[in-house]
Design a protein around this ligand. Sequence first.
Ligand SMILES: [Zn+2]
Length: 114
Amino acid sequence: MHELSIVKDIFATLEEHYKAKVEDIQKVEITAGLLSNVQPVLIQNAFDAFITEHQMYKHMELEVVVQDILAHCTSCNRDFKVEYHRFVCSCGTPSTTIVQGNELYISKVIVRTT
Ligand SMILES: [Zn+2]
């Protein structure tokens, strides 16, 4: 399952960066571009399954932020939002130069302070 391996990667990264404090992490936010092939619901399910199996993480929350796809138009020299997989700028120029939408990363970590 693709999503479970992503969740395992997220925890591996957190464990590496936060070491002993990893259990104090309250909330993790990940940013996933629409082209990254990540289904927020499936990621959430995989996350819930993971923390159920790993009791020390059972209080952790996950939020998935979905990022629009942006492509660059060389005619207008600006970025435009790609909707319904139409990689065409409002001026009519097609573009496959993706400037946003492929990413998948941990964008925020909230650690309990008390
Ligand atoms: Zn344009």
